[in-house]
Ligand binder design. Sequence first.
Ligand code: ZN
Length: 193
Amino acid sequence: MKTHTSTITDGRLSSADWLASPNYNHRPQNMAIDTIVIHNISLPPDEFKQTDKNDLHYVKAFFTNALDWEAHPYFKTIKGVEVSAHLFIERDGNITQFVNFADRAWHAGQSSYLGREAVNDFSIGIEMEGSDFQGFTEAQYHALAQSIAAIYQAYPATKNHLTGHSDIAPVRKTDPGEFFDWVKLRKMVSELV
Ligand SMILES: [Zn+2]
C-alpha cells in the first residue's frame, strides 16, 4: 500500500506508473478542469487481475488498443472501442496513468454534469478495478484518496465536483456502483487535504 504523499508535476501523478494511451485529445481551449469522475471496470466483467499472454493487465491492454479480442468471448463485444481514463487503480492499489491530466481522456462518453454536456472536456476520469457487484479494496480507497488529494492540490476547482459515471450518464451507466463507499472516500480525502 502506498501511503506517501502524491504530487502532480506537468500533468502527471508521481505515484502512478505511466503507460501512454493513444485514446485522448486536447481539451477545448481555456477549459478549466473542475470535475473528477469515478468509474469501475473489470475485464472480463467481474474478474480481476487478469492478464494477457504478455502479462499485460487486460484493462491496460484495452486502454492502449492492445486487447486481444479473441482472448475472451466478452472482448468481441467491445472490439474496436477506443477509450481511456487518466488513472486506473488496481485491486492492490497500484496506479497507472494513461493520459496527461492536461489532455482529454475518453472515459465519460455522452454525458452531462450540472447542465454541461461532454464531461470529458472538463473532467479527470479515474477507473477503479471492480464491478457493480463487489466491494473495493482498502488499498484502492487509499490510492484513490491520495490521488484525489493530489488532484485537489494541482486543480483546486475540482474540490466541489466529485461524481460518478452513473451520475453523469444515468441512462447508460451504473458505475462505480452501489458498493462504492462515497462516505468512506470523502472521509479519507478530508483527512489528507
Ligand atoms: Zn464508467
